[in-house]
Each structure stands twice: as C-alpha cells, then as structure tokens.
Ligand binder design. Structure first.
Ligand SMILES: [Ca+2]
Ligand SMILES: [Ca+2]
Length: 87
C-alpha cells in the first residue's frame, strides 16, 4: 500500500510539536494498532483503491493491478508449460 507519509506523520504527531515521541512513533510506524489512525489509513486506502469514487472498495478495486498481474503471471506460466510440453 502506498501511504502519504506526511499525512501519517501529522496524524501520528498528536501534540503537534513536529516531533514523534515513543508512543507517537508507534502510531506512525504501526498505524493499524492505533484506533485514531484507522480513519487516515482508510482515507488513504480509498484514495488509492476506490476507482469509481463511491467511497467503497469492492474486491476488484482492492485487488487492483495485483489481480491483473496474477492473471498475467498465470497466462505466461501456462504459455511456458505449453511450450515445454511441445518440446
Ligand atoms: Ca509529538
Ligand atoms: Ca468503489
């Protein structure tokens, strides 16, 4: 997942002093473990994945290019098998 580090940093810096203390640092590096960070993660995920802009992520959007790559990989593997089979 691509994350906007600046937005994450700002959200993790809860006392807004421009520095991360130990707890803030954990929020920054492990935002999934801090409930307050979840909306940021969700927003960034939406921005990245929600292609049709309905504020929801369907399975195709979630898989995204990875789905295409998996299919492409499968196809090229099948091709390879075919070629090997004919040799
Ligand atoms: Ca701080
Ligand atoms: Ca959507």
């Amino acid at each position: 997942m691509l994350r906007d580090d600046k937005a994450m940093f700002t959200a993790a810096d809860k006392n807004h002093d421009g520095l991360l203390d130990a707890n803030e640092f954990i929020s920054f590096t492990h935002p999934e473990e801090d409930e307050e960070m979840l909306p940021i993660i969700y927003e960034q995920t939406l921005a990245e994945k929600d292609k049709n802009g309905d504020k929801l992520i369907d399975f195709k959007e979630y898989i995204g290019d990875r789905g295409k790559n998996i299919n492409a990989n499968l196809k090229s593997k099948k091709k390879l098998l075919k070629i090997k089979g004919t040799l």
